[in-house]
Design a protein around this ligand. Sequence first.
Ligand code: HEM
Length: 535
Amino acid sequence: MLLALVLIIFITYLCYIMPAYEFFTKLNIPGPSPIPFFGNLHEVIKSRRLSLTIKKWTNKYGRVFGYFQGHTPILVISDADILQNLFIKSFSNFHSRRTFPLSDENTKRVSMFLATGLRWKRQRFVINPTFSSSKLKQMTPLIHRTLGVFMTKMSEQCNKCQSFDIYAFYKRFTMDTIWSCAFGLDTDMQNNINDPYLLYSQQLFEEKVNVRLLVLLALFINELNKLWRSIDLLMGGITYWCRENFPITKRFLNETPAIWITNQTYKIMEKCKNLTRTGRTDLLQLMLESATDEEYIQDGQSTDTATKERGIEPPLIRKLTRHEIAANILVFMIGGYETTSTALSYTTYALATHPQEQQKLQEHIDKHFHPENDDEMPSYDTIFNMDYLDMFIRETLRMYPIAPVVVNRQSTEDFYISGIGTIPAGTCIAADMFTLHFDADLWGPVDPHIFYPERFATKRHPMAWIAFGAGPRNCVGMRFAMMEIKILLVRLLKTYSIVDCGAPTHKSFEQLTETFVIAPKQAIIRLKRRDEQLV
Ligand code: HEM
C-alpha cells in the first residue's frame, strides 16, 4: 500500500518535471539527452569527473551547450568572448552564483560565497580591503612563523633520505596559516596532528564532500528545498540539544564540525571584543572593525526619501553583522585550506616532473636571494616582483585547475547571446574551465598540453585563465593564496630540490578525485639539499 503510494507520488512528480527537459530543445541549444529525474548526472557519476565530462560534451556539442543536473538546466559556455560579456561586462545581471543544495542566501548567517544581490555587494565591499596589498604585507610575518615550522619538518624529512607525502604537510601548514591569518589564533597543527582545530577542520571538509541523502534530495527535488533545509536544521538542533543536556550522547552523536567551528568563532569574537587592540592584522580583526550589533541588515533600504523617490540604489554601508563575520571566517577556512594546499601539491608535481623548469625557477630565486642564507625572509615586495615565479604558478593552475565547478553565475534578467538567442532569467551558466585552459587559439603557439610558464609573458584573453574565477565576483582570497604559495616556494627551493620518485610520484596525479576541489590523494616526492651533489 505504502509502496503504491510512493510510486504514485513519484510518477506524478515525474509528469510535473518532464516539461523542464524541453528547456534547451525549445532554445535550439544542443546537448546530451537527459533521462527523467537524473538529467545527465548518471554520466557524471559514471566518469566521477564532472569537469572532464563537461569538456567531453563541449568537444561533441560545441562552445555553447546545455545539460541537466536532475531537472535543472545548466548552460555551459567555453566561448571566451561570450563569457567575458556575461562575467565582466554585464556583471550587474550576473552577480549571483548558483545556490548550493540546502543553503539559504536569506538567513542571517550567510557568507559572501553564498550571498546574492546587495547582501553580497555589501559584504564584498567590506571584505575586499582586508585583502589589500598593505594588509597582506602586514600578514607576511604570520605566514613566516608557520612556514618556519614547515621548514623544520622538511629538514627532518630530507634527513631521512626517503620519499614522503608532502601534501599532508602542506595541509597542516595551510591550516595553521589560515587559522593564524583569519582568526589571529596561533595554532600548532604541524606539530600536533591531534589538535581539535585540525581534526574538526578536516572533518568539515570531509563532511562537505560527503554526498548526504538530504543533499541529493535537495539536488533532485529542489522544489522542496525549504523542507530539506528545515529537516537538516532540525537534525542539527536535536543533536546539539542532546549533547548539551545528556552528555552520554556525546559518545555516539558527533558534533557537526561546522557548528563546532562556528561556535569557536563566536567565542573568539567575544574575546576580541574584550581585548584592547593588539595591533595584529588578521582577517577577523579587520572584519570586526566593521562589526555591528544588529542581528540582520536590511540591504537596499534607504532612509533618504529623495533617494527612494528617484529609485537610486542607496550607497553601501560598511557593516557586517556578527553572524556574517562568523559565516565568512568559516568560508575563509574552507577556501584557504584545501585549495591552497592542493595548489602547492600540483606545483610540487610540476617541479618534480620538469627538472629544467625547476632549475630555471631556482636560478630566478637565487637572483633575488642568497641561497646560502636560509634565514633570509622574502619580503612581500620582492616576492611580487618575481615574474617567473608568478608565471610558474599560473601555468600550474592552468594545467591543473582546482575548483572549476564553482565558476558559475545565475542571471537576474533575460539575456541575449548573439547567434544563440534569448536565455531566460535565472538560468545557471557554467564556464568550462578545462576547455578554456587548453584552448590552442587562446594559448598558442606552444601546445597548451606542454608545461611552458613563459606563455604567460604574452597578454592573453581576460577569460583564458580563470583558475580563480573572473570579474568582480572572482576569488577574494586570490592574492592571499598567491602570496602564501610564493613565499613557501621561495623558502623551499632556496634550500631544496624536489626529486621525482617515478611511479609513486606519478600515480597519485594520474588518478585525481573531483568533488568541490580536484585533488590528488598524495604528493609523493623526495627532497634533496641543493648544496649536496645530485646523485
Ligand atoms: C589556490 C587557491 C585558491 C583557488 C584556486 C580558489 C579558487 C576560487 C574560485 C574558482 C572561486 C570562484 C570565483 C568565481 O566564481 O568567479 C573562488 C571564490 C572564493 N574564494 Fe577562493 N580560491 C583559492 C583560495 C582562497 C583563499 C585563500 C580564500 C580565503 C582566505 C578564498 C576565499 C574565497 C571566497 C570567499 C570566494 C567567494 C567570493 C565571492 O563570492 O565574492 N579562496 N575561489
